[in-house]
Design a protein around this ligand. Structure first.
Ligand code: COA
Length: 177
């Protein structure tokens, strides 16, 4: 099936959690947010994380959108400060499925930001983009992410996979929503 990519990236949500496309002016905030060790441990962001990494990340979002290969959103607060990132990636067009990835800045955690961001991107992905299945791959020991995924309505599939990250093999649980 064909996914229905709109010409321009939408703005989703509202007070207190907004999802919007990335801008080059976001690089400094992304750089600061991505210094957090927990974020580096549980995501695929480079470690150590440099300003060049942040600049590359914020310019990648719009080009992935144009190519219909990724939907990368900044998570912001109502004052437009970047408090996280969420993306749809690894699209499987025949199955109308993709993976969801996210992080929330350490200072913004524990306020249901991830839960709301997942709800927003899943709602848009299903209704507007035409996805049938969204997959979350979460390390077994990442209790915060598992809790956020479950709170947003994801369910465990019972499937686990081993994957290497930075030279270490980790076990991931597969969730779907
Ligand atoms: C995982 C992460 C995104 C959660 O973000 P968050 O905004 O703090 O999560 P939320 O506040 O939306 O939490 C949603 C639910 O999970 C629960 N939760 C969050 N962190 C938790 C923790 N450490 N332990 C137990 N429960 C937790 C909350 O209580 C909440 O439940 P509720 O809605 O029933 O009250 C954030 O901790 C993070 O960015 N971690 C590092 C990067 C990462 O792991 N990314 C995901 C990779 S798969």
């Amino acid at each position: 099936m064909n996914l229905r990519w709109p010409e321009s990236q939408p703005v989703l949500g509202g007070d207190p959690v907004i999802l919007r496309g990335w801008r080059s002016s976001d690089a400094q905030m992304v750089y600061e947010d991505c210094q957090d060790e927990t974020l580096q441990e549980f995501t695929t962001v480079p470690s150590p994380y440099t300003m060049a990494d942040a600049e590359e990340f914020v310019t990648l979002g719009p080009s992935l959108w144009q190519a219909h290969t990724g939907a990368n959103f900044a998570i912001t607060d109502p004052a437009d400060a970047v408090i996280g990132a969420i993306s749809l990636q690894n699209f499987n067009e025949p199955e109308a499925s993709c993976e969801v990835g996210y992080w929330v800045a350490d200072f913004a955690r524990g306020q249901r930001v991830a839960r709301r961001a997942v709800e927003l991107i899943v709602g848009w992905g299903r209704v507007d983009l035409g996805l049938a299945r969204l997959i979350l791959k979460i390390r077994r020991e990442n209790t915060a992410s598992i809790a956020a995924a479950l709170a947003a309505g994801a369910t465990p599939t019972g499937v686990t996979v081993d994957e290497e990250a930075r030279g270490v093999v980790h076990n991931f649980g597969i969730y779907e929503i």
